[in-house]
Design a protein around this ligand. Structure first.
Ligand SMILES: NC(=O)c1ccc[n+]([C@@H]2O[C@H](COP(=O)([O-])OP(=O)(O)OC[C@H]3O[C@@H](n4cnc5c(N)ncnc54)[C@H](OP(=O)(O)O)[C@@H]3O)[C@@H](O)[C@H]2O)c1
Length: 274
């Protein structure tokens, strides 16, 4: 077990998860990469088996990371359930096949045409954030509030679906991400005074005091310059740049973090309609 802070990326895909993991490793984190297969991601990473839909494996994976590296100071939840495969650009060798972000419902304007089993599956992906966050928070509480890897951050890889009005066509992906976004906003508000550090400044003859929150929750989403879904612009490197910036925040800031293809912040209006 080293002294460097620990990051655990859950859902270590070759588009986003591995790009974020590599950047965090370069930033000095000990990095665990989680997937259902527990695939070996090579030297310098702890490869961990986890299925976010199986709570016992989530508990076991956090135990394994903690036993080998220490409690994670950063947890990235990078998982959703997808149905079909389309070509996508990724960091290592150009194009690969990548699952599209949502399962189509049988009849586009008829949300109740979605079989109950599929409804429950997509719901479970949203609520899986609850389990992962619970284990992450337990780990954050084991860490010295002012120690390495402070602040503690839980970052959900999101998309624009929760910011759209409900639409039958997007039922499956909205279910997952609306729940994930709701939980992220709730946790960001609920734990922002957790382990708070008071920072005193003297300016002229007056003393000022700032609260430096140490437990933070984010829902991070890549969008186009116009604020739409990134489609073929989706980039692991953009996520890595944006997540690095999130970890450098001086305070919680907004719980929803919007960024564009080069990883820089999205500065346009936040659209509410697809
Ligand atoms: N901004 C946008 O509009 C946008 C667009 C597309 C995607 N996204 C986001 O990107 C994220 C996916 O990123 P990605 O491209 O890196 O995905 P990816 O390439 O599909 O990788 C997903 C990884 O998760 C693992 N995995 C699959 N099911 C799992 C489960 N039940 N439990 C644990 N691990 C599991 C897979 O490995 P195994 O098969 O070995 O488990 C794989 O390594 C999603 O959160 C999605 O919302 C956002």
């Amino acid at each position: 077990m080293g002294t460097s802070p620990v990051a655990f990326v859950i859902g270590a895909g070759n588009v986003i998860g591995q790009a974020v993991g590599s950047t965090l490793k370069d930033e000095g984190y000990q990095v665990a990469l989680g997937s259902r297969t527990g695939a070996n991601f090579g030297d310098g990473f702890l490869s961990v088996k986890i299925d976010v839909l199986e709570p016992a494996t989530v508990a076991a994976a956090f135990d394994e990371v903690t036993r080998h590296l220490g409690p994670p100071a950063v947890v990235v939840f990078n998982r959703e359930w997808c149905s079909s495969m389309i070509p996508r650009r990724h960091a290592l060798d150009g194009f690969s096949f990548k699952a599209v972000s949502f399962e189509h419902i049988p009849t586009e304007d008829d949300p109740l045409s979605l079989p109950r089993e599929a409804f429950e599956k997509h719901l479970a992906l949203g609520t899986a954030v609850f389990d992962a966050a619970r284990h992450a928070l337990a780990g954050f509480r084991k860490l010295d509030p002012g120690g390495a890897g402070s602040p503690r951050s839980f970052i959900v890889t999101g998309n624009i679906a929760p910011f759209w009005v409900p639409k039958a066509k997007y039922l499956t992906i909205q279910l997952q991400k609306v729940i994930a976004a709701y939980l992220t906003e709730l946790f960001a508000g609920s734990y922002r005074t957790e382990g708070v550090q008071w920072v005193f400044h003297k300016i002229d003859e007056s003393i000022y005091c700032d609260a430096d929150d140490v437990v933070r929750f984010y829902f991070a989403l890549q969008v186009t310059a116009q604020g739409g879904p990134p489609e073929s612009e989706l980039s692991g490197e953009a996520h890595a740049i944006a997540y690095k910036r999130i970890l450098e925040n001086s305070s919680q800031g907004e719980w929803d973090v919007w960024f564009v293809a080069d990883g820089s912040p999205y500065t346009g209006d936040k659209p509410g309609l697809p």
